[in-house]
Write a new protein. Structure first.
Length: 323
């Protein structure tokens, strides 16, 4: 079988609360969806659920804004309590301008708002970055490896903006069991030039699949369309940029053994290894979105489907050549 890279989403985790055993919850979800960990797997975990599990949350009504926070908030229509949290979580302020605070966190990360985030939290609370993301990644790696017997790596990712660019990307803020930096100093490029300062931030390629333009390694696309008793149909849509890719999309019964180009296992797991050109077309770099929808066949008895049994998931990734 040719070498390839496969990305598998982890579903069914649910809301994470303080003191949640993340390793146990993630391991159980992987087993439930039929994708247990194997040696060589790399698990990418978002910072938000790590912060929630570790209790890195603050009740905003317990924060007393300083004069600077109150003044800045009033000027830019911000929540003074959140601004105060940002200031407290900052080792230094890089820039405060037009309502945006760029700072260096106590970890040494330079980002907007020192990683303070109020989205997907609720209860008038905010999350902070994990106190030691590398230690958090190591605890997850050790727990999952001990339970599964698999030698794995863990990356904790967070969403960062990019200087002078619109849009966000994912950055590794904690790693364990994974090479974070790859050094190329002293090696020769294809023209014989000796590389002197080239160093690849391999752990920061979250969301990017890197490929070697000189080989023909395929891209393995997998998705999971599950329903109790398999009593449902599904549709899977792949889009490159704004272009629908019919050859990489499929629909059918969740228990099918084949759907379009994909092979199924009868339990809702579908996969296919595509030649890179089938996905990239004429592009060298390309961003993709995957959308899977499951439609229950259960009805009310009056001809209407019970939509509460429906489910959907959306994921994105990008293909780019190795630097």
């Amino acid at each position: 079988m040719p070498a390839g890279l496969q990305i598998v989403p982890v579903v069914g985790i649910g809301e994470v609360e303080p003191n949640t055993d993340l390793a146990a919850v993630i391991g159980a979800a992987l087993e439930e969806q039929g994708t247990p960990l194997q040696s060589g797997d790399i698990l990418v975990v978002t910072q938000k659920i790590v912060s929630k599990a570790e209790g890195c949350m603050v009740q905003l009504d317990e924060i007393e804004p300083s004069a600077l926070a109150a003044e800045w908030a009033a000027r830019w229509q911000k929540d003074a309590r959140v601004v105060e949290l940002v200031l407290r979580q900052s080792r230094r302020i890089v820039r405060m301008e037009r309502g945006v605070i760029i700072s260096e966190t106590h970890h040494g990360l330079v980002c907007a708002n020192a990683g303070v985030d109020c989205s997907n939290v609720g209860g008038d609370r905010a999350t902070l970055l994990p106190r030691d993301p590398d230690a958090s990644a190591e605890r997850l790696r050790a727990g999952l490896s001990a339970a599964s017997g698999a030698a794995i790596g863990v990356v904790i990712s967070d969403t960062f903006g990019r200087a002078w660019r619109e849009g966000q990307t994912n950055i590794a803020i904690g790693v364990a069991g994974v090479e974070a930096l790859r050094h190329f100093e002293g090696q020769l490029d294809p023209t014989g030039y000796e590389l002197r300062v080239t160093m690849l931030a391999t752990a920061d390629d979250c969301g990017f699949l890197r490929y070697n333009p000189m080989d023909a390694t395929p891209v393995s696309i997998a998705f999971h369309a599950q329903h109790p008793n398999h009593f449902a149909t599904f549709s899977f849509t792949m889009v490159r940029g704004a272009i629908y890719l019919p050859g990489a999309s499929a629909s059918g019964e969740v228990a099918a053994l084949a759907a379009g180009a994909y092979s199924g296992d009868g339990n809702g797991n579908f996969t296919h290894a595509f030649p890179r050109g089938d996905l990239l077309g004429s592009c060298v770099n390309a961003a993709f979105a995957e959308d899977v929808n499951v439609y229950a066949k259960a009805t009310t008895g009056w001809g209407s489907n019970i939509s509460s049994y429906d489910a959907s998931a959306l994921r994105a990734f990008a293909l780019a050549p190795t630097p």
